[in-house]
Design a protein around this ligand. Structure first.
Ligand SMILES: *[C@@H]1O[C@H](CO)[C@@H](O)[C@H](O)[C@H]1NC(C)=O
Ligand SMILES: *[C@@H]1O[C@H](CO)[C@@H](O)[C@H](O)[C@H]1NC(C)=O
Length: 157
């Protein structure tokens, strides 16, 4: 009986401990860790392989072309130019990235960036342009739209 009680206490403690889980970018263990694509030249592993710090140049921390407007001739009237760790390798482990968002008049975009390699989800595409499509009945209910309007919106993608 006593063994059973100990087991139960242990089990409850483990269950409580495992509910406090969180996920985040790899923490910066050094000042910078310029990401490289090929592991054979790598030094540390911390998120992505790091470039040898003696070979790091200023270019690893810069990007040119953000002055060029994205093409906004699309359904949502906006264009997100995302600069993440793949475009600026020096962002590796820093937990940040940036974006240029161009809007046509009345264009829309929703983007949240809190990671070195965030995904950008365009809500309209994800909801009405998904493949396979979301059941129109669900969209009709969720957005309080007429079924014909949902069909029309799905045909736009
Ligand atoms: C954003 O603009 C770039 C550059 O003009 C273009 O290549 C890309 O297709 C555009 N993206 C969308 C979603 O329209
Ligand atoms: C923008 O994209 C549209 C549609 O793809 C295309 O017709 C137009 O030529 C593009 N404009 C520029 C400046 O590239």
């Amino acid at each position: 009986m006593k063994g059973g009680a100990h087991f139960l206490v242990g089990f409850v403690l483990l269950a409580l401990a495992s509910s406090f889980a969180s996920a985040y970018d790899p923490s910066p263990l050094q000042d910078f860790c310029v990401a490289i694509k090929d592991a054979k030249d790598g030094v540390f592993v911390n998120g992505k392989f790091c470039k040898d710090s003696m070979l790091v140049t200023a270019n690893d921390f810069s990007f040119s072309g953000l002055n060029i407007a994205g093409n906004t001739s699309n359904q949502v009237g906006s264009n997100v130019t995302l600069l993440n760790v793949d475009k600026i390798p020096g962002l590796n482990t820093l937990g940040i990235s940036l974006a240029r968002i161009d809007f046509a008049p009345y264009g829309v975009a929703i983007a949240a960036l809190s990671s070195q390699n965030p995904g950008v989800i365009t809500i309209a595409n994800a909801v009405f342009g998904s493949n396979p499509p979301i059941n129109p009945h669900v969209l009709t209910k969720a957005f309080q739209l007429d079924k014909n309007v949902v069909n029309y919106l799905q045909k736009q993608f």
